[in-house]
Each structure stands twice: as C-alpha cells, then as structure tokens.
Unconditional design. Structure first.
Length: 479
C-alpha cells in the first residue's frame, strides 16, 4: 500500500507533467516561429547592409574593397551564414563565410564562381525582400534558410543583382534543441521543486495524522491524556483542535465514569453495611427482641434510601441520554410553584423557618414539561430547606419581565464555597466532602435540575456567600 507521501508526490508529478505538456504544446511552436522571425530579421539587416555597401562601392568609389570585405566578414560572423553576392544572371560573384572571406577577397577577379539554378534570386530581384527554406536547387548540399535582398542603384534605381544570406537548417535545429534543453531543464527543476514541496506538504499533513493514530491507539488502551500539537490556521489545524476537544471530552467522560462508579460504590456501601450489620445482629441474637423493631425501622429507612438513589440515578441517566421524553406545552409556572410549596409545609414548620413567597396572582404561562418543572422546583426548595439553619429564612419568588419568567429560590445558611461553585452541578458531587451535613443527599439533585433546564434551552445559576446565604435562579420564555 502506497504511503500518503507517495500518493501526493505521484499526483503532484502528474499535474506537473500534464501542465508542462500543455504548456509545451502551446508555447513551443510560438517560440520556434519567434526564433525564426528573429533569424530572418537578423539575416535581412545584414543583407541590406552589404547591399548598401556594394552600391557605394560601385557608384561612389569612396568605399575600398577592404571595407566591403569587412562588412561581409562581420555579417558572416554575426549571423553564422553563407554570404552570396549574385548578378542578374544568377551567377555568384562572391561566396564567402566567416572562415573564407579573406581568401575570397584577396583573389577576387569579378569572375562568376558558380551559377544558381534556383529562380530564388529572380524572385528577390522582382519582388524585393524574400526568404525560403531550400537547397537553392542543389546549390547547397542540404536545405538552408535563405534571405535575399535586391541591390538597387542610388542613381537611376537600376538593379545590380541580389545579396543572399543562408544559414543551414542545423542552426534552427540547434535552436530547437536549445529550446528542448531549456524545457527539460525547467521540467527537472520543477520536478525537484515538486519533490521538496510534496515532502514538506506531506510532512505537514501526515505528522498530525500520525499523532492522531498514536493518540487513538492510546485511547484504545484507556489513556485519554494524549493531545496533538496545534500549529497554523488551516484545515489540519482545525482537525487537530477538534481531535483535542474530542480527547478532552473523552477524558472528562472517562473521569465521570470512574467518579460515578466510585460514588455509587460509596453510596451503596454505607447503607448496605448498615442493613447487613443490623440483620446479622437480629439473626445471631446480638440485638435483643425488644430492640429489634427499632433496628428494623432503621433497615427500612436505609432500604428506602437505596431505592431513592437508584431511582434518581436512573432518572439522571434517562435525562442525559434523551430517553426521558419531555411533553412541552403551555403551563402556569406560578401554579406549579404553589402546589410544590404546599408539600413542604411540615418541613418548614419543623425547622421554624420564616418563609417569603412572591408569586403573581395572574397566571405565568411558559412552555415546559410540567412534571419536569415540578422536579426542578421540588429539588431546589428541598435543598434550600435542608441547608437552611433552624429559624433561618427561605424565599421563593417568581417575576415577569422582558418576555421571560424569572424564578429564584433563596435560603440563609452555610452557603457554598467558591471552590465548590463550579462543580455543584456535576453528577454525584457533594460540596460537603465529609458527607456529614446531609446524609440523605446523593449529589444528583442539582445535576438533574441542570439537565432538565438544559433540555428546556435554558440554564440554572447560583450565587452564594459562605455562612450567609445561597440563591439559585433560572428563567424561561413566556408564552
């Protein structure tokens, strides 16, 4: 199986090759034609310069043959061409190149060197500047690119002959080869660049993926502490952040699971030990018959406590998983609060609490699940009474404002420490670490409240001053 790096490199290379092929097909002919035009222009300028020098040589007698030779020599060297000076009978008077111009001019006798069988000189004489790619009907052993210009008299515009400059096809072939070399060199450089670029790109992509793979392996062993380094601001970075968030949630869930097991074990251990001890005492006669009824009452209370804990645990699980269905409909929140408060009349009287109830007389309609609201208010009021001191103060209020209903439950008493505030809505959390203030509490009431209100798209808040007061409050939209 190919690695991600290999797949990336192959894809980048294929894209590069395709791009290069398309670019070559579209640009190479244009570059070749451009080079051909530049060659023609270069030959034309050299031929025109020789033609004008010939006219001056014949008509003014101010240009010595040495100057003409120098012009021919420089033109031949600049263009790497064969220079032909041809008369009107297509007879070559001078045939020179960069290697043999001195010999030609030192022995020049105005006698024809050779006849050109091609009609190309005639066309040049008749039409002016012309060019063709041929051997001039066998004059050259191979095809050449030839440019010709006519030689006109400056006196009467009569025609002396033509000047032809020819360069072999090897010149253009060499030019084509140079273009191919440049193209292949560019492709080689681009390939190396693609290799390096792909390497760093693959490394940038693969490193987080490898880290995720290692982290996932650690997760399978139950270790959720692994995190992926986050750098940059691209999609891989976002994926790394999401992975780290998932890891944090898994770690939190694992911690909650372990805490759940620990708390349930602790909560079950105490009543089970009590029940087991008292029943064994009755069975083995340690507890006398006249005291057995008393201890059986204690066993009964512990059994009921276990039943309540199991019921609350099941309710919390159903709420958090969504199995507990909520029936949302308009309900009178004020009426629910009144009914719930009536159930605590004896508890308020036993602790001699001063109780203030502030609920509007007119209905306060909200969209909610009625049974769930009863559960929320019951747990809040029950907690307020439990943790309020004898002859303390309890206040339950409902007010309307800004299209929402605001509920507050206040009590004086021990309050909640600042360290405990962030955790009081966690499952099985107890602010009283000794678990001695309220042995009836399982640490699920506030968790159930928060879960219910979250499913109503709202939240619960708390303020407290240790040793002075505690107040819980939430709000719901009015209908």
């Amino acid at each position: 199986m190919r690695s991600l790096y290999q797949r990336l490199f192959i894809r980048v290379l294929l894209v590069l090759l395709c791009s290069f092929l398309i670019l070559s097909i579209s640009l190479f002919p244009q570059l070749y034609r451009y080079s051909e035009r530049q060659t023609k222009l270069m030959l034309q300028r050299s031929a025109e310069r020789i033609a004008s020098t010939i006219v001056l040589y014949f008509e003014t007698s101010t240009v010595p043959v040495e100057n003409l030779a120098e012009i021919v020599r420089s033109s031949a060297e600049e263009t790497d061409a064969e220079v032909l000076i041809v008369n009107l009978q297509r007879e070559v008077l001078i045939h020179a190149n960069k290697d043999r111009f001195e010999e030609v001019f030192s022995t020049y006798t105005y006698a024809p060197v050779r006849q050109i069988e091609s009609d190309f000189p005639d066309r040049v004489a008749k039409e002016g500047l012309s060019s063709e790619f041929s051997s001039l009907n066998g004059f050259y052993p191979e095809a050449c690119y030839t440019v010709g210009v006519p030689v006109h008299s400056q006196v009467n515009d009569s025609l002396y002959g033509t000047v032809l400059l020819s360069t072999t096809s090897s010149f253009l072939n060499a030019l084509s080869q140079d273009l191919v070399v440049i193209a292949l060199s560019s492709l080689g450089i681009a390939t190396i660049a693609a290799l390096l670029l792909t390497y760093f790109m693959a490394r940038r992509i693969v490193s987080p993926i490898n880290a995720m793979s290692q982290a996932a392996t650690a997760f399978s062993r139950g270790d959720f502490s692994t995190r992926i380094p986050v750098t940059g601001s691209d999609e891989i970075t976002n994926l790394s952040k999401a992975f780290n968030e998932m890891a944090a949630n898994l770690e939190k869930a694992e911690t909650s699971r372990q805490d759940l097991i620990t708390n349930i074990t602790h909560e079950l251990k105490t009543p089970m030990t009590t029940i087991s001890g008292f029943i064994n005492g009755i069975l083995d006669g340690t507890i006398p018959p006249d005291r057995q009824s008393h201890y059986l009452q204690i066993v009964l209370m512990e059994t009921k406590r276990l039943s309540r804990m199991v019921s609350q645990t099941l309710l919390a699980t159903r709420l958090s998983s969504g199995e507990e269905k909520l029936v949302m409909r308009p309900v009178d929140l004020g009426e629910i609060m009144r009914r719930t408060l009536l159930g605590f009349e004896d508890a308020v009287n036993r602790k001699d609490l001063s109780c203030a109830v502030q609920i509007p007389d007119s209905p306060t309609m909200v969209e909610a699940d009625e049974d769930s609201m009863v559960q929320v208010l019951y747990n809040l009021i029950d907690n307020a009474i439990k943790y309020a001191p004898p002859r303390g103060h309890l206040r339950v209020s409902l007010r309307r404002g800004g299209g929402r209903a605001y509920v507050e439950v206040y009590n004086t008493g021990v309050g909640i420490s600042k360290d405990a505030l962030p955790h009081i809505f966690d499952r099985f959390y107890k602010a009283d670490s000794s678990r001695g203030i309220n042995k009836e509490s399982f640490g699920l009431g506030l968790y159930i409240i928060k879960t219910i209100l979250n499913r109503h798209n709202t939240d619960i808040h708390v303020e407290s001053e240790p040793g002075v007061y505690c107040i819980f409050f939430f709000d719901l939209p009015l209908v």
